[in-house]
Ligand binder design. Structure first.
Ligand SMILES: [Zn+2]
Length: 290
């Protein structure tokens, strides 16, 4: 669909004001992709793909998009499916494309995240700039409910499981699991179309990432895994990703043992993998690779 057609669709379907359209210029309209009667993946908009689950009495949203126009589309989309209120918003981790939109949801929503993710809200950015989340205006939109290993929220009779399997992409990535649908929302713990992103500056670690995903496969009987940035995958897709990461790590390890510099090691891989190779290289050098 070309850009003009997208704008027409947004304005016809959602009836945006021109300000919304301006903010929306580089992204497709938010689209609700049905997984089950109650569960949807939200694609499009500015920010990562997330999800919406309609419980007996209220709605749970997974990840927040990044701007007001996208959040407005998510809220309007929910309104077309149900008149139940948005009760919970769970952030899969602390990256801006998953949390920036928290501030555009109603203050009555309960924000949930892993305890490490909440800590990361207040960390300076990669460029060293201080976090905005310490300001009083944003305080109501920082997760107020956190957990360590596992938490279950019941939306009426329907359980939604929040699992933490360990450090990986960041230190606070969680899995939101819907047992009836055997579907897990795993945020940025897998990228199928580009190299895995490891946020070393937040404490992310590629070797831990492999262990964390292996633990997830061993623990959950999930069959479908929804990513923040690529198509969904199945158990084999996750297992293949783990195998590829291990292969990559083994190759970087053997090159590092030959005393090659980072630039020399990176030259042995595709240019697009440079960032991931840097993370693996630094982890090996720092002794944080086990
Ligand atoms: Zn993301």
């Amino acid at each position: 669909m070309n850009r003009i057609a997208q704008y027409t669709l947004v304005s016809v379907v959602v009836g945006f004001a021109s300000v919304g359209l301006a903010q929306q210029r580089d992204s497709a309209p938010v689209e609700f992709q049905r997984i089950s009667e109650r569960l949807f993946q939200t694609a499009g908009g500015r920010g990562a793909q997330g999800g919406v689950y309609i419980g007996d009495d209220g709605v749970l949203v997974i990840d927040a998009k990044m701007d007001e126009a996208s959040v407005k589309q998510v809220i309007e989309g929910i309104g077309k499916l149900t008149d139940k209120p948005i009760e919970y918003l769970v952030n899969t981790h602390s990256d801006g494309d998953h949390i920036a939109g928290n501030r555009y949801f109603p203050k009555t929503v309960t924000f949930i995240a892993h305890e490490n993710c909440r800590k990361e809200f207040f960390l300076p950015g990669r460029d060293g700039r201080p976090s905005q989340w310490s300001t009083p205006e944003l305080a109501p939109f920082v997760p107020s409910v956190t957990f360590a290993d596992k938490m279950v929220v019941y939306l009426g009779s329907k359980p939604v499981e929040f699992w933490y399997f360990g450090v990986g992409h960041t230190t606070g990535d969680i899995v939101v699991y819907f047992p009836e649908e055997k579907t897990a929302f795993i945020g940025d713990q897998i990228f199928l179309t580009r190299p895995q992103l490891i946020h070393s500056y937040k404490g992310g670690n590629s070797f831990e990432h492999v262990k964390t995903l292996s633990k997830m496969l061993a623990t959950l009987d999930a069959e479908k895994f929804c990513s923040g940035h690529s198509a969904s995958t199945d158990r084999k897709g996750i297992a293949d990703h783990i195998a590829e990461m291990k292969q990559l790590q083994a190759k970087v390890k053997s090159l590092t043992e030959q005393d090659k510099t980072l630039a020399d090691v990176q030259a042995e891989f595709d240019q697009g993998q440079a960032r991931l190779i840097e993370s693996i290289y630094n982890e090996l050098k720092a002794g944080s690779a086990q």
